[in-house]
Write a protein that binds this ligand. Structure first.
Ligand code: THU
Length: 152
C-alpha cells in the first residue's frame, strides 16, 4: 500500500500505543498477549488488550476491547487499527492478524475499502492491510434489511 494511502495515519505512534496496551494483557491461560490501538476519524487513539477468563468463553480479544471502548464513548468512525501480539516473555516474532470474530466486528462500523489494519512486530517492521482483503465479501449492516446504522 502506498504512502499516500497512509497519509494522516500515525503508524509508528499507533504501534507504540498497541505495545503499551499489550503490557496490560490478562492472559493467564494462553500466555499469548495482544495489544491493539484504534485510530478514530478524529485522530483519537483507543487502546485494548486481550482479557481472558477462567470459563474461557467470556475472553475478549485486544481488538474488540479497543473497539468497545471507542464505540461506548461515541466514536464509531475509524481510520485504522494497529495490532501486536505474541507469547508472554518473548520477543514479538510474528504478525498477529485479527481473528475472524474481530474482523467481523470491524466490518460492522468500518468501510472495508478504506479501513487499514496494521500488524506489527515493531515500529519498523509492520504490514499494512485493508479490511476488505482480510474479510473478502464480508457481511455487514447493509446486508440486513432496515439496519444500516452501523456505518452512519
Ligand atoms: N487474541 C486477540 O487478542 N486477538 C486476536 O485477534 C487473536 C487472539 C487473544 C485471545 C486469547 O486471549 C489469546 O489471544 C490466544 O488466542
Amino acid at each position: 500500500m502506498d504512502e499516500l494511502y497512509l497519509k494522516d495515519i500515525p503508524v509508528k505512534e499507533m504501534i507504540r500505543a498497541a505495545m503499551e496496551a499489550r503490557k496490560k494483557a490478562y492472559a493467564p491461560y494462553s500466555h499469548y498477549q495482544v495489544g491493539a490501538a484504534l485510530l478514530t476519524r478524529e485522530l483519537r487513539i483507543y487502546t485494548g488488550c486481550n482479557i481472558e477468563n477462567a470459563a474461557y468463553g467470556p475472553s475478549i480479544c485486544a481488538e474488540r476491547t479497543a473497539i468497545v471502548k471507542a464505540v461506548s464513548e461515541g466514536w464509531r468512525k475509524w481510520k485504522a487499527i494497529a495490532i501486536v501480539g505474541g507469547p508472554l516473555g518473548e520477543e514479538i516474532s510474528q504478525y498477529a492478524f485479527p481473528c475472524g470474530v474481530c474482523r467481523q466486528v470491524m466490518q460492522e462500523f468500518a468501510d472495508p475499502d478504506e479501513f487499514v489494519v496494521i500488524v506489527a512486530k515493531s515500529q519498523e517492521d509492520y504490514k499494512i492491510n485493508r479490511l476488505k482483503d482480510l474479510l473478502p465479501e464480508g457481511f455487514g449492516p447493509e446486508n440486513v434489511a432496515g439496519s444500516s446504522e452501523g456505518r452512519n
